[in-house]
Design a protein around this ligand. Structure first.
Ligand SMILES: Cc1cc2nc3c(=O)[nH]c(=O)nc-3n(C[C@H](O)[C@H](O)[C@H](O)COP(=O)(O)OP(=O)(O)OC[C@H]3O[C@@H](n4cnc5c(N)ncnc54)[C@H](O)[C@@H]3O)c2cc1C
Length: 465
């Protein structure tokens, strides 16, 4: 789930930073309750945008699409709203698919963007199953796979990403799995019995989390990945080495610096063959090789694209009345420049921001990006954005594996990572990771040594920036 940056000539500005509201699943339900209160108070549907009868159409019923619909209603939009979602079920968050749901520790209800009956109660036409085959911006229509043409007033593209598939011998053998959807996850669950052998291909976030969960389920896991350490590209060598040590300590065999050259087997997967010539016998494999933005086809005029659909600070694309949010959006961030983010918090907040933009808000989308990853009992939290950095300094202890690490460029704090320390920047509002988000937002350049000095208060450093 790494994010990638495209350089921009635009001069970054310091965005307005407000500490973000809590967004745990329970609190998201509270938000729905608040919507119900607003409805009773008569505030809901108070504002009617003139739509000429055509709906606001949301293509993609994931976290971004679901939050856009919820925000339209909570902001008082009274017109018709349609979600075209090709997956069955209601919009939900995917994080448990590599963690708690995969391990059968929770169902998905707590991860629904809104409770299942919310859509009908709020006149949101949630169409599950159909896919949008194409968009025609000039005609203001979405063409469904069935051929039906749906005219829109405004449209949000929230189609997310699709897994990069390996094109190597044996790639279509039964037993080779990818993970994005609930169906993908259920298929992996059926394989994950104690003492079975799995190969995890790639040790980015999905690979790491799946390796951890399978290990916790008693599966014997071998991980094959390029580079020296898991997550090294996103988090750097120091944190990568710690994550690698955590996996090894839990029994995962790590084959670093190698890649899968073929899947072998007669009827189904029996072994993974690596480029270095290793043959790893296994019962199944899970590939986590990253995603590509899932850009729908466009007819007539075009929509500007470059590693996803390009958006400005208001989530607008190059086509009139076409907006974009979530994993598919390559947006212009006031602080980070062009950036496409593949994380839950962005999908949630950008979906909402795009909805507000559709309703006429002129507030730029300036969220200080953050994400988390859970592996075994360990928690990784990250704020900001650092595709590259020239210094990495640590508050806490690399040896003990409890730390907040800061990514610096020319002395400026551009990102921070918390490993088992610092709290959730979205929930622990007084914590070190929340303070780190403030440091990033304020373009802080603390004097040497202060970031690593346990006695120096991070909030003071941020506020003094
Ligand atoms: C297993 C897993 C675990 C994750 N864990 C974390 C985590 O711990 N922390 C974190 O920050 N992030 C995590 N993520 C990333 C996070 O889930 C994504 O960033 C988020 O789902 C993006 O939301 P989205 O709405 O942009 O896209 P998606 O969730 O991909 O939703 C897009 C939807 O659009 C649909 N669609 C696509 N094309 C069409 C079409 N033409 N017509 C109709 N519908 C279409 C898709 O089927 C899909 O339902 C995880 C992702 C996965 C897969």
């Amino acid at each position: 789930m790494p994010s990638s940056a495209i350089p921009t000539n635009q001069q970054p500005q310091t965005p307005n930073f407000a500490r973000k509201p809590a967004t745990s699943p329970a609190q998201r339900v509270l938000s729905a309750q608040r919507a119900a209160e607003m409805s009773r108070e008569g505030r809901m549907y108070g504002m009617a945008e003139r739509t000429g009868g055509s709906p606001i159409v949301i293509v993609g019923g994931g976290v971004a699409g679901g939050n856009a619909a919820a925000t339209l209603r909570e902001e008082g939009f009274a017109g018709p709203v349609v979600i075209i979602g090709q997956e069955p079920g209601v919009p939900f968050g995917r994080p448990p698919l590599s963690k708690t749901y995969l391990r059968s520790e929770e169902d998905l209800a707590g991860w629904y963007v809104r409770p299942a009956d919310w859509y009908a109660k709020h006149d949101v036409d949630l169409r599950r199953g159909p896919s949008a085959a194409a968009l025609d911006p000039a005609a203001h229509t979405v063409i469904l796979g069935s051929g039906e043409e749906l005219r829109y007033h405004k449209v949000l593209i929230a189609t997310g990403g699709r897994n990069r598939r390996l094109k190597i011998p044996g790639a279509s053998l039964p037993g080779v799995h990818y993970l994005r959807t609930l169906a993908d996850c259920d298929a992996i669950k059926r394989e994950a019995a104690p003492n079975r052998r799995a190969v995890v291909v790639g040790m980015g976030f999905i690979g790491c989390e799946v390796a951890a969960s399978l290990t916790q389920l008693g599966v014997r896991v071998t991980a094959v990945f390029p580079g020296r350490a898991p997550l090294e590209r996103v988090l750097g060598g120091e944190i990568g080495a710690l994550i690698g040590a955590i996996h090894r300590a839990n029994g995962v065999e790590l084959l670093a610096g190698d890649q899968v050259a073929a899947f072998a087997g007669a009827e189904r997967l029996e072994a993974v063959v690596t480029a270095a010539g290793q043959r790893i016998a296994c019962d199944f494999a899970v590939v986590g090789a990253g995603i590509d933005p899932d850009v729908p086809a466009v007819r007539g005029s075009s929509i500007a694209q470059d590693n996803g659909i390009l958006a400005d600070e208001l989530c607008r694309t190059s086509a009139a009345d076409v907006y974009v949010a979530g994993d598919v959006a390559n947006h212009l961030h006031p602080l980070f420049g062009r950036i496409r983010v593949e994380h839950f918090n962005n999908a949630e907040k950008q979906g909402a921001a795009a909805a507000r933009s559709m309703l006429g808000s002129a507030a730029p989308y300036d969220y200080i990006h953050s994400f988390w990853s859970d592996q075994y009992e360990h928690k990784i939290e990250y704020v900001g954005h650092a595709a590259t950095w020239d210094e990495f300094v640590v508050r806490g202890s690399l040896d003990e594996g409890k730390l907040v690490g800061f990514y610096l460029r020319d002395g400026f704090v551009t990102a921070a990572v918390g490993l088992d320390r610092g709290g959730d920047p979205e929930l622990d509002h007084d914590g070190e990771m929340a303070a780190s988000a403030r440091l990033v937002a304020s373009r802080a350049r603390p004097a040497g040594g202060l970031l690593t000095d346990e006695h120096a208060d991070l909030w003071s450093l941020a506020l003094g920036a």
